[in-house]
Write a protein that binds this ligand. Structure first.
Ligand SMILES: [Zn+2]
Length: 112
């Protein structure tokens, strides 16, 4: 199996995982009703859980978009190249995060 085939497999698995996460978080997303006969602490707890769920949802959507873009890119020559410095992205990094478009060096520069 070539590296690209392996990355493709990882990407497709990630896509499925993310879709499952999305489905799960849709469940906990229901708005907290003030009419519900629950205690104040329980309500705060519910609101926090809901915010957490919204956060997860946003992250999942972003990741899903990246994964799908990577799947579109994978058969082209652009795949695996850093969009900043245009060097090849480290294979270890791609194996862990095949949807990435940036190499470790540029990533470190960005987050600094
Ligand atoms: Zn780079």
């Amino acid at each position: 199996m070539s590296n690209k085939e392996m990355y493709k497999k990882i990407l497709l698995e990630k896509e499925q995982e993310l879709l499952a996460t999305q489905k799960l978080s849709a469940e906990s997303e229901k708005p907290v009703s003030l009419e519900d006969p629950i205690g104040r602490l329980t309500r705060i707890d519910a609101i926090q859980r809901q915010q957490q769920a919204l956060h997860t949802k946003a992250r999942t959507e972003k990741n899903l978009r990246q994964v799908r873009e990577a799947l579109e890119r994978i058969d082209s020559d652009h795949y695996g190249k850093c969009r900043k410095c245009e060097n090849e992205i480290e294979p270890e990094r791609l194996e862990y995060m095949p949807e990435t478009t940036i190499c470790t060096k540029c990533m470190r520069k960005m987050t600094r």
